[in-house]
Design a protein around this ligand. Structure first.
Ligand code: GNR
Ligand code: NI
Length: 171
């Protein structure tokens, strides 16, 4: 197992549409293990494979409260089957946009279908933080970031800050 480097804005790979996984291979299992190690180390509550520069439809997540221990979960080829009309607002952050937090409004509940590492299919109703996090992660698989939901002014400001930081660390 290994901690992988998390790519950050303005890395264009974050805009890639990740490809579906056809079969759960030992390589996929190894990547999932690395993603958990990377996610717990960061620390974060979710991670999409593209954040470690692997454009495939794989997500790791652990939204357990500290006092409840850990609840590592893997989502392969996740799909949102339906979304509630009702919305909820959470202050979101992203490991690929470090130290930036903003409120985002999303459907409060979603029904999600996905495969696990044993190739078994699941359908679940998500609400609360789970609903927010799975939507945030599935957005990553589609090249979308939470700043895309903000005003153009805010989005441009964040992008500019990270572009400047990247240039400064270049040389
Ligand atoms: O660690 C994370 N916290 C978080 C908080 C609110 C909404 C979404 C998230 S996901 C984020 C980790 C991450 O960037 N996943 O892609
Ligand atoms: Ni993110």
């Amino acid at each position: 197992m290994a901690i992988r480097e998390i790519i950050v804005l303005p890395d264009k790979q974050l805009r890639l549409v990740s490809r579906p996984i056809e079969k759960v291979t030992p390589e996929i299992r190894a990547l999932a293990a690395d993603m958990f190690e990377t996610m717990y180390d960061a620390p974060g509550i979710g991670l999409a494979a593209i954040q470690v520069a692997e454009p495939i439809r794989l997500i790791t997540m652990d939204i357990a409260k500290k006092e409840d221990g850990t609840d590592p979960r893997v989502f392969i080829n996740p799909e949102i089957l339906s979304s509630s009309e009702e919305t909820s607002t959470y202050e979101e952050g992203c490991l690929s946009i470090p130290e930036y937090y903003e409120e985002v409004e999303r459907p409060a509940r979603v029904r999600v279908r996905f495969m696990d590492l044993d190739g078994k299919m699941h359908e679940e109703d998500a609400e609360g933080l789970y609903a927010t996090c799975i939507q945030h992660e599935i957005d990553h698989l589609n090249g979308k970031l939470f700043v895309d939901y903000l005003s153009k002014l805010k989005r441009d400001r964040v992008l500019k800050k990270f572009t400047k930081a990247a240039k400064l660390s270049e040389k």
